[in-house]
Design a protein around this ligand. Sequence first.
Ligand code: AMP
Length: 299
Amino acid sequence: MSLVIVGSVAFDTVETSFGRREKIVGGSGTYCSLAASYFTRPKVVGVIGRDFPKKTLALLRSRRVDLLGLRIRPGKTFHWEGRYGEDPNVRTTVRTELNVFRDFRPEIPAAYAKADIVYLANIDPDVHGFILRQFGTPKAVAMDTIRYWIETKRDALVRELGRVDIFFANDEEARLLSGDSNLIAAGKTLLGFGPALVVLKKGEHGAIIFGREFIFGVLAHPHARVVDPTGAGDAFAGGFLGYLDKAGSFARREVRRAAVYGSVLASYAIEDFGIGRFLTLDRAAIECRFREFRKLVSF
Ligand code: AMP
C-alpha cells in the first residue's frame, strides 16, 4: 500500500521544564513521516522555505521518505513557538509565523494520486476538498486537527469528518468538538460525525480507539521524564498509519497493533527535543518497546 502525509514541515521554538530550543526542526509532517518510515515509505506533501536545513532533507531521504511532494519556495519556513508548563500536557502557543505555509494549496504529484492512505495533518478544513479531489479513491482518509480549527471553523471541520475514515484527536480537542465532557461519550459523538475509527489520545494516559463495534485502549509508555512532548500526536499517527500501510489491512487485529505502535513511536518522540530521538532510534528498539507494552497489560 502507500501512505501520503500532508502536513507542516517547520521550525519550532520550544520551551519545556528541560530547557529551551530555538528554531529546531519540527512540523506535523516531519514527525509523522519519520515515525511512519519505520514501517513503510511515506510520501510527504508540504512546503518549506529556502532556509530549511539540507541536512534534514538528507535525513528524511535516508529514511526512505519520498519528498517529491515537498515544495521549496522563496521565503521563510513556517515557524511555531510553544511553551509547556510543569504539566507537559498543557501547552501554550506563543507564536505562529506561517511564512511560506500561509498560502499553502497542496498540489499532489500525479505519482501520489493512487495513495491507499491519505493523512491530513492539521490542515485547514476548507482546504481538504481541494486536496482530496486530487486523489483517486484512497482506502482510508485520516485527519488530525488542532484547537484553532475547532474554534474558528467548527462547521467545516464537522462537515469534513463526514468524509474521513480515521480521526485523531487529543482529549481536549475531543471534548471541545463533541461538547461532551465524558471522553467515552465524546468518542461516540465523534464516531456519529462519520469516521469509522476515532483515535483519542490522552497524553501520558495513552489512547482509546473507538470503532463502530469495539473500543480498544492502549497505555502510554510509563515515562517519568518527558523532555519535549511536541510531535507526540503526529508520531502516534505516523506509527499507527505506517503500520496499517505495511499490514495492508484495516482488520480489527491490525488496528489494535497499529495503536500499540502509535503509542510506541509517540513514547520515543518525547524523549528528546524536536526530532532528536529519531536520529538514533532503530527498528529493534521499537520492537523491544512493543513487547514491553504487551507485558504492561497482560495478566
Ligand atoms: P503535536 O505536538 O503532535 O500536536 O504537533 C506539533 C507540531 O505541529 C509542531 O512541530 C508544529 O510545527 C506543528 N504546528 C503547530 N501549529 C501548526 C499549524 N497551525 N499548522 C500546522 N502545523 C502546526
